[in-house]
Design a protein around this ligand. Structure first.
Ligand code: C5P
Length: 219
């Protein structure tokens, strides 16, 4: 298989894959795909329109993704809807819809269209196993559910959302179980992925290890 200039970063919720991917994209000037955000966007649009094809068309033709420094923004007709997508309610809906075959199929080409040969970093659950099987470098990022809940807590607090820690741990564990046991594209490392357990590592430590992998696989 011809390998393409893609780094995939898969893993469970709040494992730090988003932060790691944004850092790689910024430092290496790679494009970025946050596929979880696409599933969240799908769930958000699905609240007003139940036709999957129309939702996919809207994402292709009307929605604008913008990455600025180390953040990604989503615009719908000039309205910044990013924070509306970053709620636990939308995450739950996204998780529900993501187990449906036609939802995954309708997002497949959209995800592939983010590729550009200068380089792409793609984060999600099935980037290395399904969407970019041909990626040059695959990373699977783990962390314990407590560490992840703490990270998500801080993230949601920063967005000004009220959070209940026990409920958050419960939500995260339920969603992980659902994502890992579903029939289609379950959350699992690709055979050729580097698995990193970041429970006791800082983002800097994970990043410095990742840079060594990038140098090994890309140069
Ligand atoms: O990564 P994030 O928490 O934003 O993803 C929201 C939900 O979207 C996940 O719980 C998962 O069910 C779904 N998802 C997926 N495949 C991906 C990315 C996200 O099924 N590649």
């Amino acid at each position: 298989m011809k390998k393409i200039n893609v780094i995939t970063v898969d893993g469970p919720s709040a494992s730090g894959k988003g932060e790691l991917s944004r850092k790689i994209a910024f430092d290496y000037r790679f494009k970025i795909l946050d596929s979880g955000l696409l599933y969240r966007l799908f769930a958000y649009l699905h609240k007003k329109n139940s036709d999957y094809e129309e939702i996919a068309d809207k994402i292709k033709n009307e929605i604008i993704f913008q990455s600025k420094r180390e953040a990604i923004y989503v615009f719908d007709q000039n309205n910044d809807i990013t924070n509306k997508l970053r709620t636990e309610e939308i995450a739950k809906e996204a998780s529900k819809l993501s187990s449906r075959d036609n939802v995954r199929k309708s997002l497949f080409d959209i995800q592939r269209s983010f590729y550009n040969d200068k380089g792409l970093v793609a984060d999600g659950r099935d980037m290395g196993t399904v969407v970019f099987k041909d990626a040059k470098l695959k990373i699977f990022l783990l962390a314990s559910s407590k560490v992840r809940a703490k990270r998500r807590y801080l993230e949601l607090q920063n967005l000004g959302q009220e959070v209940n820690m026990p409920a958050l741990i419960d939500d995260i564990e339920k969603r992980d179980l659902k994502d890992s046991t579903r029939k289609l594209s379950p959350l699992t490392p690709a055979d050729d992925a580097y698995v990193i357990d970041s429970s006791n590592m800082s983002l800097e430590e994970v990043y410095s290890y990742t840079k060594k992998l990038i140098n090994k696989e890309f140069i």
